[in-house]
Design a protein around this ligand. Structure first.
Ligand code: ADP
Ligand code: ZN
Length: 737
């Protein structure tokens, strides 16, 4: 990656005055900023939020710099007002410019991710007024029974409406008492700013390796920009270690951002934070309600929120005093945003740290090849926790060769795994079965004619969800009840479920182990973060014997009594053959395996596989991750694939296939040529129909030294995209669907 120059705060003094021509960036997908004139009495600086006219409307934008481009119409119009908000910090602005240039997105589209809560730009609603009985009743006040009821009800502050309801009176009575001085008006704060985390509280006593790692992270804090990989096996105490860096950053008066892949499933993380710092951090994710978003955005912008934990979108919030970012599970694919502005939050977090001249920590048990390569090249530092905390040993991983010990027909558990589950439950311990497939069965077909039930809008099979009684597309959400007749041959009741999902696996388990308390955990069986939190707590409290889960169980949960993990289909992620399939399977299964034996008892992990000789299976079995990564690295280097070469995907889509094909062929004909440049495609995307849009893909591959953004910009310059069609650019693609 290329980096923006380390930022200087100097531009705070650049002032614009009445009549100056200023570039204002609007949170809209426009080519660039528009020029406006500073209005009378407006002293403005870069980052200031301003209200400007836009056509016949008004819009909020950000002062970006001296005017240099186009006014929005023929004539340069005046800025209407400066908003009463802190300026967008220089680091945020540098991030926006950089992300726009890197991802080939309009800067305004990136700014929109920062100004993501329009309501937060308005002054907050006034605190509601409440009435409370005055300490002393004014002399000579005429008391009536209704007045008396009001005074009695107002022993604590109540809003007028509530007080009227309690006392059974009209609002005039309340108003009369307030005017007479018998009721005091008080404002009840609608929103309490977050309590500052207490970094002075002592943390856990760290082991020697942990202490050394924490010291290295703390030392990086006053040295400006740096990237440190915090690598340590599952259970080595990475969280406790980076909490020390959080404490040090807070002590230095800085804000801290922690990015987690699955914030909605991070209840355990949140309670650990609370134990350490005495309060919860501010959470930022898609499940927040509108009021929490508005208040949270303002708490961040005004610097009242000192620690923010969030999903990838939290990166774009306007932190005025950000001084440390932590990306936990940095290898996780969910940091890649695939819609709108397509970006990788881990990589862009590094850009943000560079722009703000502060350190960033990337934590993982199985770092991405990209990060490892950056460490090897000396661009990133590395600190290492080689063993589990408190003497817990890593689980023993064994392979079950499914060709030798196959499961009985229409079942999915092989005899050795069944035996192991029996032993574990018999010993009063917990087991977990991992299958990364939601629903009952991934495919439903007609026994009569072989017809497969497919999504009408996507190139995808419909997945049966038996508990919900319907078929569902996992790509677009299309739902339908299971039909009584085959739509092709009209046969009745002829459908057969093919393959297992977690629901079907649960059926098998319940049949074999009827006494075990079995629970399914998948993103669609959980109604929200609360439900996830509850389930995890029940598992930790040993109220569940057997947990069946999709990848949501893989995330950093700590289950002390879990001693057996069975991976039902270890080969699942290897199909499809995208460039990171092996790496991702290794990371996911390592993470799943890491749930076992995290306390005193040793854990074991059994992987069911038809490919026991595969490099991933061998690496998991031997625990020799270094050898695996080295071999992966050599393979990628040999073919010039990332991180040793660059990829950019173009996805052409539209409602009708012919114009999509025509545009894709045109792009292939005009493809860039040059040393080392290769363009593949157009090819129908594996999901050649998605949400009703036909899709074709082209892939540009280039050597590392090539500025692919410039190449693609030239390629697409002057391209006429017919109405309804779209060309999406995905720089550093992670999904090839
Ligand atoms: P990782 O993130 O590396 O998987 P965690 O930070 O989750 O590891 O730590 C694993 C478990 O060990 C947690 O329950 C944590 O509270 C505990 N632990 C880690 N370090 C210490 C320590 N120094 N003292 C006591 N408990 C610790
Ligand atoms: Zn669909």
């Amino acid at each position: 990656m290329l980096f923006p120059p380390a930022n200087s705060q100097a531009d705070a003094d650049v002032m614009f005055r009445t009549g100056d021509r200023i570039a204002v960036l609007l949170p809209l997908p426009l080519a660039g900023a528009y020029d406006y004139l500073a209005g009378p009495g407006q002293d403005l600086a870069p980052g200031d939020l301003v209200r400007v006219p836009l056509g016949r409307r008004e819009a909020v934008g950000v002062v970006w710099g001296p005017g240099s481009g186009q006014p929005e119409t023929g004539k340069c119009r005046e800025i209407l007002a400066k908003l009463d908000l802190p300026p967008l910090p220089a680091g945020s602005r540098a991030l926006i410019d950089w992300v726009a240039a890197y991802t080939l997105s309009p800067p305004g589209a990136v700014l929109r991710m920062t100004l993501s809560v329009p309501a937060a730009l308005d002054p907050p609603p006034a605190d509601p007024v409440a009435y409370v009985a005055a300490a002393r009743r004014p002399d000579g006040l005429r008391m009536t029974p209704s007045r008396l009821r009001v005074i009695e009800a107002a022993w604590k502050p109540l809003p007028a409406a509530e007080l009227c309801r309690e006392a059974g009176v009209g609002v005039a009575v309340v108003r009369g008492l307030a005017e007479a001085g018998a009721l005091d008006r008080v404002a009840v704060p609608r929103h309490r700013p977050p309590a500052p985390p207490d970094w002075r509280r002592p943390g856990m006593t760290l082991g020697p390796d942990q202490e050394a790692a924490a010291a290295a992270l703390r030392a990086a804090l006053d040295k400006g920009y740096s990237v440190t990989l915090l690598e340590g096996v599952t259970g080595s105490g990475k969280t406790e270690v980076y909490f020390e860096a959080v404490a040090a950053a807070l002590a230095a008066g800085r804000q801290v951002l922690v990015l987690l892949p699955e914030i909605a499933l991070s209840a355990q993380w949140l309670s650990r934070f609370e134990r350490r710092f005495g309060t919860r951090p501010l959470e930022w994710h898609s499940e927040l309600g509108p009021a929490a978003r508005r208040d949270g955005w303002r708490d961040i912008a005004f610097g009242r929120a000192r620690v923010v934990v969030g999903a990838r979108s939290a990166l774009f919030l306007p932190y005025p005093e950000l001084g440390l970012i932590i990306v936990d599970e940095e290898h996780d694919a969910s940091f890649k945003q695939e819609e709108g502005v397509i970006y990788h939050a881990r990589d862009m977090a590094v850009v943000r740290a560079r722009a703000g001249a502060f350190p960033i920590i990337l934590a993982s048990a199985t770092p991405s090849l990209e990060t490892r390569t950056n460490v090897a090249a000396g661009r990133y530092e590395r600190v290492h926790l080689p063993s589990r905390h408190g003497g817990a040993v890593l689980p023993d991983i064994a392979l079950i060769d499914m060709r030798r010990t196959p499961p009985a027909r229409q079942t999915w558990l092989s005899p050795p795994l069944i035996e192991a589950i029996g032993e574990t439950l018999g010993a009063g311990e917990q087991a977990m079965l991992f299958l990364n497939r939601r629903g009952y069965a991934p495919l439903t077909l007609c026994r009569g004619c072989g017809h497969r039930l497919q999504c009408p809008h996507c190139t995808a099979w419909l997945v049966e969800h038996r508990s919900a009684g319907r078929l569902q597309c996992h790509h677009c959400g299309f739902l339908m009840p299971k039909p009584a007749h085959c739509p092709e041959c009209q046969a009745e009741d002829s459908f057969a479920a093919c393959g297992p999902g977690v629901e079907r696996l649960a059926e098998e388990v319940t049949e074999r182990f009827p006494d075990a308390r079995t629970v399914i955990m998948a993103s669609d069986t959980l109604s929200g973060p609360k439900a996830a939190e509850e389930l995890i707590a029940r598992m930790a409290a040993r109220e569940i014997d057997l947990l069946i889960g999709t990848q949501v169980v893989a995330k950093g949960h700590h289950f002390p009594l879990l001693t057996l993990v069975g991976v039902v289909d270890a080969d699942l992620g290897l199909a499809g053959g995208d460039l990171r399939a092996a790496e991702r399977t290794f990371q996911l299964l390592s993470q799943v395996a890491g749930r076992a034996g995290r306390a005193a008892r040793r854990g074991r992990v059994l992987l069911q596989t038809y490919l026991p000789a595969d490099k991933v299976m061998q690496a998991l079995k031997s625990g020799d991750d270094v050898r695996f990564y080295d071999a992966e690295t050599d393979d990628r280097r040999a073919v010039g694939m990332p991180p040793f070469g660059k990829l950019v995907a173009l996805i052409v889509s539209g409602p009708e296939p012919e114009p999509v094909d025509a545009l894709a062929r045109h792009l292939a004909r005009t493809a860039p040529r040059g040393p080392g440049l290769e363009v593949y495609g157009p090819a129908p995307a594996p999901l050649s129909l998605l949400r009703g849009r036909h899709r074709r893909r082209l892939l540009l591959k280039a050597p590392r030294a090539v500025n692919v953004q410039a190449v693609v910009r030239t390629w697409l310059a002057g391209l006429r995209v017919p109405n309804g069609l779209r060309v999406q650019v995905d720089v550093d693609p992670y999904s090839f669907l």
